[in-house]
Design a binder for this molecule. Structure first.
Ligand code: PLP
Length: 340
């Protein structure tokens, strides 16, 4: 493996949150049904408060926050963001304050969306919640967070901002380089043909692809678009790739390594379409596994669609990264009730 990648993982401040390794389990009934060798990586159990992929990313952000002796972390995300809920949980574990900025990304009139799920959990976790009238792609969300941090500094606090914009190094991607290492160790010689993961901020996708490229070069990593359609997501990944490489200190990753599929994104971010609905039912009824309508159902749909299209062929070994999202489930109870 590339020495500077190992060195970066060793020397970057990290606050351990995840009990590693998370389980890697074969989905027997679905393997028979889809005629592939299908596995699940249970990152939904990574970290506290219903867990999720963001726990691995936050190990590095909290590592940096603790190194800076921060007493408050500030983070931005959607109203039903798992990232902000997990930041609130980890801040609670550490006895520091969390300021969560909830952006207006999803147009909905649902009271459950506004008050249940991750919003309720974040309140239980004792975080301070503020609102931002736009989504992070419309610009200004990070800046609003830095403004808030400046105000706290004036009051004598030591704030640390976890940024989301595509002009900042994707520090959290290191958590998914670790996940790739973990999977490689768990799977031994019998490697996967494909690994399918969500691509939103892009940090998990980038870290997983960089790690897999070096530990399992014949495995293809596919990012299922959960936040924005393929052409926009590609632009985001192209902006983040050089920042990731600079962080690692070598050109580990090229934008052409990052494959995207956006077939389950519709009707849009934070909304459940037909593919997501089908995926939720399939996983629940074949395997007793619960996925959420915003992220993980859209990741799993990528696998079934690739099987249906004959891109994943009979007998291939495929890994579904279950990245969590369960904190948001009951915010969508009206929508889910209609499809079961
Ligand atoms: C449950 C879940 N899965 C996947 C993703 C996408 O991960 P990333 O933002 O690293 O691309 C998110 C992002 O919030 C998430 O909450």
């Amino acid at each position: 493996m590339i020495p500077s990648l190992i060195e970066t993982l060793k020397t970057t401040p990290r606050h351990i949150i995840v009990t590693e390794p998370t389980p890697l389990v074969r989905l027997n009934r679905l393997s028979d049904h889809l005629k592939v060798d299908l596995w699940i990586k249970r990152d939904d159990v990574a970290g506290p408060s219903f867990g999720g992929n963001k726990s691995r990313q936050l190990e590095y952000y909290f590592g940096a926050a603790l190194a800076a002796k921060a007493d408050t972390v500030l983070i931005t995300g959607a109203v039903q963001s798992n990232f902000v809920r997990l930041a609130a949980a980890i801040a609670a574990q550490l006895g520091i304050e969390a300021v969560l900025q909830l952006e207006h990304r999803v147009d909905t009139v649902s009271e459950f969306y506004k008050t249940s799920g991750n919003v309720l959990l974040s309140q239980m976790l004792g975080a301070k919640i503020i609102y931002y009238p736009l989504g992070e792609d419309e610009s200004g969300a990070d800046e609003a967070l830095y403004d808030e941090a400046r105000k706290l500094k004036k009051q004598g606090k030591r704030p640390y901002v976890i940024p989301l914009g595509m002009n900042k190094p994707p520090l959290g991607a290191l958590g998914y380089v670790n996940c790739a290492i973990e999977i490689t160790e768990q799977v031994g010689k019998n490697k996967f043909d494909e690994v399918v993961i969500g691509s939103g901020s892009g940090a998990s996708h980038i870290g997983m692809t960089a790690g897999i490229k070096h530990f399992s070069p014949n495995t293809k990593v596919i990012g299922s678009c959960v936040r924005r359609e393929k052409t926009l997501q590609k632009k985001r990944l192209e902006a983040l790739t050089p920042l990731f490489n600079t962080m690692i200190g070598t050109n580990v990753l090229e934008p052409s390594d990052l494959y995207l599929w956006d077939g389950a994104l519709a009707p849009g971010y934070g909304e459940m379409g037909q593919h997501a609905a089908q995926a939720m039912k399939t996983l629940a009824r074949f395997e007793g596994q619960i996925v959420d309508p915003v992220y993980t159902a859209k990741v799993f749909a990528c696998i079934t669609e690739r099987c249906r299209a004959g891109i994943i062929v009979q007998g291939q070994k495929v890994l579904f990264i279950h990245s969590g999202g369960l904190g948001a489930l009951f915010a969508y109870q009206n929508e889910i009730a209609k499809i079961i």
